[in-house]
Design a protein. Structure first.
Lengths: 318, 541
């Protein structure tokens, strides 16, 4: 290893911090509950702006053949009178790119195809098709169902794992923080009426993975400290554990966010909402593991006998 | 934790080397790879349709139609079976989801049921221990007998039809060219067609959008369709409408329901031009049995019309001028060159067992695919580059070790995907980039732990040792929970979610391996070098 230069890393973060996270416990706890309630309200009140995946209908991305900027007004004129109901036309990516959305047509699978053909014919020769998505009513209903199922199943599976590896109190904290993360992201998408499609569901699932990752790292430390400091006040102990893992929480969070920002800027317009959801989720997920998952333990209390007894013996064996 | 046996060390290095070899082909073009020596791996990651451009069509079979057709066949079979047994019912009809037989003499019920039971076909195989019957025959009220298809029976029909449909779809698509298209069954009643490199799907959809069931029917000698509609349609006959593409729109014909020659007897169909009118036509040829039957029929019916029926619509009803004995003929029907071509392909490849509708379509043009690849590449390099710089700045020399681990991680994901032939999609690229970001986490957990142990006053060796030992449980816990999410994504997700889940899953395994093995080996080697020197070891972290 002579070829590797010897140099010390720059330790960004102050160590041995004593930030009293538990002091914000009540504010954060009720704040989070409020955020959850508001998100559910937004979801129910405003609804989500579902993409073709979930709503059914068609989407067409076209680009001018000439390379000149697309004339959205002209397209609107051409497609407005076709009698296809709600047809949305918007600029997308570069100025010569246009995204056209056609709402789900009554009359089942075949009606969607007919509508798409009508639009393509009406557009004429000046445009080249970049992307076509047509989702019929049967498939969109199915995607909606499996999407909800996937998120619920993932939360359950993660909770079961945490329950198995830790104590039930940890599982409750995890469940609350995961539900919080998903609902807040959904709430933001409802508030800004951002398009919600299959990609966003994938993002939600990844956010779950990331958030629980964070929660588990903190929980691991809490468990370790429970064994180490048998007489320490629980609130103090939770504080200590969060502080001890703070440098890793921040460094990992920042790296992930940097990668996501790179994806957001350079990853192309197709993935933009996906990366946005991820960015939001990483922020919310980091918050929730510190301010929701840990404080819940103080509310519920953790029986130290079980933590220090059985599990310590188990880890001693391994 | 820091001792590696020689065997283990060699195994790790070998694993790295092998994955580098498998990942390498992705850096070259296909042409360059063609000239590689045989013994080197030359498989690239297959690109998803969203990256290389192409069409993805999910076709749904009309199971309702299958059920309806089955009931019709059952009705006819029941009628025939009873007639053969000299039992004459007052009516055999379809009522809802079953065939209802109304007997003239109720005392014949037992005999009738015995005869009808011959229609039942066993399902499943005795060897597998599955069994059942495709029909249930019960006695209804007031002298009726009910024949009801069972759910399993319908299911089996759907499975058979799907198999037949896939073959037909395959034949039709192959007629389009030699692209590497795939046709697979999805679920019980859906067929997924993936056709790379196709932007305008109109031709493809036209080819698949029609059942193309062709048959030749006898026209009722005296009665017209109008008369039949006003009075009673004679038994064995049915009113057929004229095809929209023919000349005689709005006209209907009264035809014998059972065809003279069904479409299965067709062996060839080619588009061509009529020699006199220069109109596009389709010339066809029957097999021997078909030719014989058609010859006999035309001999007996000279001077009378017969009807060519396509998908229950009459294409044309020409008058037989002379017996057609050669077993070949031509169909005209106001075709364009294009529609004649399409129909010829459809006839050659055989009829679809049931109509297919497009339940989902996703088409990506090659230009968007290329843009996505470029964007993905740029984002990956920038994202991975920045996170690597951050790791080096934060952890110095150990950071360099971690970065080597990260690069190895990326290489292994690519190698595994290439070797296993896992498709790389656009969400997959996002998964790959995210894996790098999350793999950094394992290193951060380990290094922060080492720092903590050092601050607690431990020596370099024991701090490093403790850092790895303690961090491993945390890493496993955190990665396994992410794995749970990824597996569920794969299980329940479709299309884009799946591509993402696959790369994420592979990335989780490789990142555990590289963080706790490759990086650890590098640090162990470094430590060995430091120990050889005199003096206290300073951990460059």
């Amino acid at each position: 290893m002579r070829f590797v230069p010897h140099f010390k890393g720059y330790d960004f973060f102050p160590h041995g911090t004593h930030i009293n996270f538990m002091r914000f416990r009540d504010i954060c706890f009720w704040g989070s509950i409020a955020a959850i309630v508001i998100s559910i309200g937004l979801f129910l009140g405003m609804g989500l702006n579902y993409g073709v995946d979930f709503k059914g209908g068609s989407m067409l991305e076209v680009q001018t053949k000439s390379g000149e900027a697309a004339d959205i007004q002209a397209i609107r004129g051409k497609l407005g009178g076709l009698g296809l109901g709600d047809v949305q036309i918007q600029a997308f990516g570069t100025s010569n790119d246009v995204l056209i959305r056609i709402e789900s047509q009554p009359g089942g699978e075949e009606a969607q195809q007919v509508a798409m053909r009508t639009v393509i014919d009406a557009l004429g020769d000046g445009y080249v098709q970049r992307r076509v998505e047509v989702v019929g009513p049967a498939v969109s209903a199915e995607l909606r169902r499996t999407g909800i199922l996937a998120v619920a199943a993932a939360i359950m599976a993660i909770m079961a794992y945490v329950w198995f590896r830790f104590e039930w109190q940890f599982a409750v904290g995890t469940l609350l923080s995961l539900a919080h993360d998903v609902l807040v992201v959904v709430g933001v998408f409802a508030f800004f009426q951002l398009e919600f499609d299959l990609g966003i569901v994938a993002a939600l699932l990844t956010i779950l993975g990331y958030s629980v990752n964070d929660t588990v790292v903190v929980s691991d430390r809490i468990r370790e400290n429970l064994r180490k400091y048998k007489r320490m006040d629980l609130g103090e102990l939770l504080n200590l554990s969060i502080n001890e893992t703070l440098s890793r929480t921040i460094l990992t969070g920042v790296t992930t966010i940097v990668v996501l920002i790179a994806l957001f800027i350079f990853g192309g317009s197709v993935m933009r909402y996906f990366t946005f959801a991820m960015l939001l989720g990483v922020l919310v997920g980091t918050y929730s593991s510190i301010f929701i998952a840990a404080p819940v333990l103080e509310y519920l209390g953790v029986k130290r006998e079980t933590v220090t007894g059985e599990k310590a013996a188990a880890s001693a064996r391994s | 934790m820091l001792h590696f046996s020689r065997v283990k060390m060699i195994a790790i290095l070998l694993a790295c080397l092998v994955s580098m070899m498998f990942a390498l082909p992705n850096l070259f073009t296909k042409e360059q790879l063609a000239s590689w020596p045989r013994f080197l791996p030359s498989k690239q990651m297959p690109l998803g349709l969203d990256l290389q451009g192409g069409a993805h069509l999910l076709l749904a079979m009309d199971t309702e139609e299958l059920r309806r057709e089955w009931l019709q066949t059952l009705r006819d079979d029941a009628r025939r079976t009873l007639r053969d047994a000299k039992i004459f019912p007052t009516g055999v009809g379809i009522a809802g989801n079953q065939v209802q037989v109304r007997l003239a003499k109720p005392e014949e019920a037992d005999a009738a049921i015995r005869e009808l039971r011959k229609l039942i076909q066993p399902l499943g195989s005795a060897m597998l221990g599955t069994s059942g019957e495709d029909l249930t025959i019960t006695r209804g009220g007031d002298g009726t007998i009910l024949i009801a298809p069972s759910a399993q029976g319908l299911q089996q029909r759907v499975i058979h039809a799907a198999g037949a449909a896939i073959e037909t779809v395959n034949r039709r698509i192959n007629a389009l060219g030699t692209a590497e298209s795939t046709v697979v069954r999805q679920g019980a009643d859906r067929i997924l067609v993936q056709y790379p490199g196709l932007t305008d799907t109109k031709v493809l959809k036209d080819l698949l959008g029609q059942t193309a069931k062709l048959s030749f029917h006898e026209v009722h000698p005296t009665m017209t369709a109008e008369e039949a509609r006003q009075g009673r349609v004679p038994s064995g006959y049915r009113v057929f409408a004229a095809s929209e593409r023919g000349d005689e729109q709005g006209v209907s014909y009264l035809l014998r329901e059972t065809p003279v020659v069904p479409g299965e007897n067709l062996v060839d169909a080619q588009p061509g031009f009529d020699q006199r009118t220069n109109e596009p036509i389709i010339s066809f040829r029957f097999d021997q049995a078909g030719a014989r039957r058609f010859g006999r029929f035309t001999q007996e019916h000279v001077g009378r019309p017969f009807a060519i029926v396509l998908d229950d619509k009459v294409l044309s009803a020409p008058v037989i001028r002379e017996p057609i004995l050669g077993g070949s003929g031509q169909i005209s029907g106001s075709f364009t060159v294009e529609t004649a071509n399409t129909l010829a392909v459809q006839l050659r490849s055989g009829a679809l067992p049931v109509k297919l509708t497009i339940a989902e379509e996703r088409t990506v043009g090659p230009s968007l695919g290329a843009d996505s690849i470029e964007a993905g590449k740029l984002a990956s390099f920038v994202g991975a580059g920045i996170s690597m710089i951050m790791v080096i700045v934060a952890y110095g020399t150990f950071g360099v070790f971690a970065v080597i681990g990260l690069i190895m991680n990326g290489t292994m994901v690519v190698a595994l995907m290439s070797a296993a032939g896992t498709t790389l999609t656009l969400p997959g690229i996002a998964g790959l980039v995210l894996t790098v970001g999350m793999a950094v986490d394992s290193n951060v957990i380990i290094y922060e732990r080492i720092r903590e142990e050092l601050r607690a006053g431990k020596s370099a060796v024991s701090a490093i040792d403790a850092g790895f030992t303690r961090a491993i449980t945390t890493i496993l816990d955190s990665q396994l929970t992410t794995l749970a999410a990824a597996i569920i994504m794969f299980w329940l997700g479709s299309g884009p979610i799946r591509g993402f889940a696959v790369t994420l899953t592979i990335g989780i395994f490789t990142s555990i391996f590289t963080a706790v093995t490759v990086t650890r080996l590098l640090i162990a080697l470094w430590l060995r070098g430091e120990r050889a020197k005199a003096g206290r070891i300073a951990v460059p972290i």
